[in-house]
Design a protein around this ligand. Structure first.
Ligand SMILES: C[S@@+](CC[C@H](N)C(=O)[O-])C[C@H]1O[C@@H](n2cnc3c(N)ncnc32)[C@H](O)[C@@H]1O
Length: 395
């Protein structure tokens, strides 16, 4: 199958090639483009380790046997599209293995992948993900607040879908999780793995002559959480089953880049028009776009930097939690020595003196200022970070 960038003429002029991740013998990365073709072929022609996040909403393999009808005998708009038909489980599994393997190749070593599915396919997808070496970070349940009833009353209302979020391998150390942005988005409570969101309806739903363009268009609210939680502004989000382009639409709104892959012209046209109608954010600093700088995400700084920068001196006394009788001496190598001779890092000696199993020394050790007040040493760490940031910004 040919790899076509912007198969439709109007897409070609919109192609932008990302410079950063392109190696000389590889196809440049077509960012903010919809690529027409079978995702298994197209993925294999993209540069290796080039995208930050993959969100995939693959065919469900619903295997619907009969037309579904409501009690009033109207037909239910069910998923019986050609793209959802597979001969048997073995064919579906092979298809799943192929695209997941191809995704693993294009995903950066710091990237993560989300797959959404229903009970029809998600268990098969999950098992294949593990077989290929992916490592689960979470399974998230999308609880639908307005699900379609079970019209025949023979089963429970099927009111949720499952999202699997994984990293590339068990050993992968770095990946993006905007913990604080998610917490803020959840009224300052830690975001849970059950998300109550409505199905895509109303003005958001793409239609042609009053009919839904796509049977399974996902709500933007769902993608908003996915993209905000696991990417940073400017990152590249790839969706190998682009459909109406929900991933691209939300990526653009949040100042991220997208690459969409889709087989069907009618969906590509709808998605492109939808994305073109969106204005990218006017203010693009990290905080506006959901990257909240926290102590955890700030660059690491060793305690010895306080000595190197002259903010503390060897021999100086530190006070544990303001207490005059719980002290330690700062040594030139950036370690502390307790009054009874125990030696170690600010954390180790903090835990020792505080009689705790663990201690974040930055938050428990105080130094005496020139004015004679006690100030936590984290204040000095922030001072260095701010100075470093200033240097980076002006260089
Ligand atoms: C479940 S839908 C995705 C819907 C999308 N998330 C949205 O919000 O509109 C799956 C899409 O994948 C496309 N598709 C199916 N098999 C494909 C393949 N092998 N390569 C590329 N696209 C494919 C279908 O045409 C369909 O639009």
């Amino acid at each position: 199958m040919m790899f076509i960038i912007g198969a439709l003429p109007q897409l070609e002029s919109k192609s932008k090639m990302a410079k950063s991740s392109v190696k000389s013998n590889q196809t440049p990365l077509p960012i903010d483009c919809i690529l027409k073709g079978d995702s298994r072929d197209v993925l294999n022609q993209l540069p290796e380790k080039s995208v930050d996040l993959i969100f995939a909403d693959p065919p469900y393999n619903l295997q619907l046997q009969n037309t579904l009808v409501r009690p009033n005998l109207t037909e239910v708009d069910a998923v019986n599209d050609e793209w959802d038909k597979f001969n048997d489980f073995a064919t579906y599994d092979q298809f799943t293995r192929d695209w997941l393997l191809a995704c693993r190749r294009v995903l950066k070593d710091t990237g993560t992948l989300w797959v959404i599915g229903s009970y029809h396919n998600i268990y098969r997808v999950g098992s294949i993900l593990q077989d290929l070496g992916y490592w689960f970070l979470n399974d998230v349940v999308w609880v639908k607040t307005n699900p379609m009833p079970n019209f025949r009353g023979v089963r429970f209302t099927n009111a949720h879908e499952t999202l699997l979020w994984c990293k590339k391998s068990k050993d992968q150390k770095k990946y993006t999780f905007n913990y604080h942005a998610m917490k803020m988005a959840n009224d300052e409570k830690q975001m849970r793995s059950d998300w109550e969101l409505a199905l895509c309806t109303g003005r958001e739903r793409l239609t042609v002559n009053g009919e839904k363009l796509h049977t399974t268009q996902k709500p933007e609210a769902l993608l908003y959480r996915v993209i905000l939680s696991s990417t940073n502004p400017g990152d590249i989000v790839l969706d190998p089953f682009f459909g109406t382009g929900t991933t691209g639409a939300v990526a653009k709104k949040l100042g991220r880049h997208f690459i969409g892959i889709e087989r069907e012209d009618k969906y590509i046209r709808g998605a492109q028009a939808r994305i073109d109608a969106i204005t990218a954010p006017l203010i693009t600093d990290d905080a506006v776009l959901g990257k909240i700088e926290t102590k955890r995400s700030a660059p690491r700084l060793a305690f010895s930097a306080l000595l190197e920068n002259g903010l503390l001196v060897p021999g100086q006394t530190l006070f544990f939690n303001h207490q005059p009788d719980k002290t330690a001496t700062v040594l030139a190598d950036g370690s502390l020595r307790s009054s009874d001779g125990e030696r170690g890092s600010i954390h180790k000696i903090g835990a020792y003196i505080g009689n705790q199993t663990a201690c974040n020394g930055w938050e428990h050790w105080y130094y005496e200022t020139e004015q004679g007040n006690l100030q936590v040493i984290d204040f000095l760490r922030e001072k260095i970070r701010k100075a470093q940031q200033h240097v980076n910004e002006s260089s």
